[in-house]
Design a protein around this ligand. Structure first.
Ligand code: HAM
Length: 419
């Protein structure tokens, strides 16, 4: 038996309604905020991600699916979308056609991480990127947008954490302070954090090692060493969140796993899933376009993990109603009415009403059982004396009420059902 690769999974028909519901919700909220969908290829030149996300990040140094194709080009399955979206905006000069481009996506991503609940090797994100303005109102919009989607799903147990990483100049100065603070504690740090001292010192805040965490408790904080402009922008983001009644907490220890961030960063954490609790992460990346392309385009965005969100929904009992069942089940009472029943079904289907009927020559009792199993709202009985009189019987499966309908008036009924 050939099976799925570890860290990947099939989405089966029984659970697909949740994906559809979430995807439809994302599309409608994105429309409300005027974001347009963008789709980019599944694989790109490796340099896009290594340069964009940063060589020393976990994603680039350990997790990318990179391979040589037959023409010896190094390709990588996209581990995230931001670099691809920025590449696409630059390549198609979208920034020259209109100053601000507000874009969204729903797409699979690939990272070779150790699989566990909520952590996969192929996973799916929805996200948004706004390119062309450095206004803090867009930073706040990203947080509000992501939060609105999660709230509309019915999730309750959410924490929003925000931070500012400032600009490279203030960050460089701060890194020297942090290095100084850690200089006499290096021996106690974990091996991973020792490596990060030179490659990505801020990420030591993210260490899961208890001694590391203790050491970092008293470390100087970047937020206390920001330049005035970054501080002012951070204040504006906070004001707008308060105005939007979006609850948040400033977490000066929040550092993200990607190198391109400047100023605002944020995460939305769920308390109802296990250790993989970040449902969503994002922030501003004003220098990324220049880094991978030839011009400056300020940007801000977020991405949210769909599998993790659905896990949180399951644990909080949201999204439990499957509304994708057929509306009507046609029950054929006489075996010889196969063609007639089939044709009535077709009429419903062509009028846009979801119908199921029997293909297995089942008994009336078994057809009834099937209608119950599918949880249809109505059952339509075709056959018996009524059919002789040119009639069918429509039964409401909730109330049990029955209505006798002339077959010649079926069009009227279809119209009534469609409302
Ligand atoms: P990220 O924090 O790497 O950010 O990923 C965003 C979200 O994707 C995470 O919060 C998580 O829900 C989900 N995710 C990440 N890795 C996995 C995995 N292995 N399995 C399941 N879910 C996962 C980014 O990707 C940035 N591009 C976000 C961004 C957009 N920043 C600015 N614009």
């Amino acid at each position: 038996m050939i099976k799925t690769i570890a860290g990947t999974k099939d989405t089966l028909p029984i659970e697909i309604y949740k994906w559809h519901y979430l995807e439809n919700l994302v599309r409608s909220v994105m429309k409300e905020f005027n974001y347009k969908e963008i789709r980019t290829p599944i694989f790109e030149e490796t340099a896009l991600f290594s340069r964009g996300i940063g060589e020393s990040t976990d994603i680039v140094s350990k997790e990318m699916y990179t391979f040589m194709d037959r023409s010896e080009t190094s390709l990588t399955l996209k581990p995230e979308m931001t670099a691809s979206v920025v590449r696409s905006v630059l390549e198609h000069s979208l920034d020259k056609q209109q100053q601000l481009n507000k874009l969204y996506y729903i797409s699979p991503m690939f990272r070779q991480e150790r699989p566990q609940a909520g952590r996969y090797r192929q996973f799916h994100q929805f996200g948004a990127e706004a390119l062309g303005a450095s206004e803090p109102s867009l930073d706040a919009e990203m947080i509000i947008l992501a939060y609105d989607v999660l709230k509309k799903l019915g999730l309750k147990s959410l924490d929003i954490k925000i931070n500012s990483l400032g600009i490279p100049e203030s960050r460089e100065y701060y890194k020297t302070l942090l290095k100084k603070y850690l200089s006499d504690k290096t021996v106690h740090l974990s091996d991973e954090s020792k490596k990060r001292l030179d490659t990505n010192i801020l990420r030591i805040f993210d260490s899961k090692d208890e001694t590391d965490q203790k050491i970092m408790e008293d470390a100087p904080l970047l937020l206390e060493h920001l330049d005035n402009d970054s501080l002012e922008k951070f204040e504006r983001v906070k004001e707008l969140l308060l105005l939007a009644q979006v609850p948040f907490e400033v977490d000066p220890r929040l550092v993200r796993g990607l190198d391109y961030y400047t100023n605002t960063t944020f995460e939305i954490i769920s308390n109802s899933v296990g250790s993989q609790s970040a449902l969503c992460g994002g922030g501003r990346y004003d220098l990324l376009a220049n880094h991978i392309g030839d011009r400056n385009i300020p940007g801000v965005g977020f991405a949210a993990g769909i599998e993790r969100i659905l896990l949180a929904c399951e644990n909080e009992n949201c999204l439990s109603i499957n509304d994708e069942n057929p509306y009507v089940y046609l029950i054929r009472l006489n075996k010889e009415l196969v063609k007639e029943t089939y044709n009535i079904g077709l009429k419903f289907r062509r009028a846009g009403i979801s119908v199921e009927l029997d293909y297995l020559n089942r008994s009336v009792k078994a057809q009834m059982r099937e209608a119950n199993r599918l949880n249809t709202r109505k059952a339509l009985f075709v056959g018996g004396d009524e059919y002789e009189n040119g009639e069918v019987v429509l039964k409401d499966m909730d109330t049990g009420d029955q209505e006798i309908i002339k077959i010649s008036q079926l069009d009227g009924i279809i119209k009534k059902i469609k409302g």
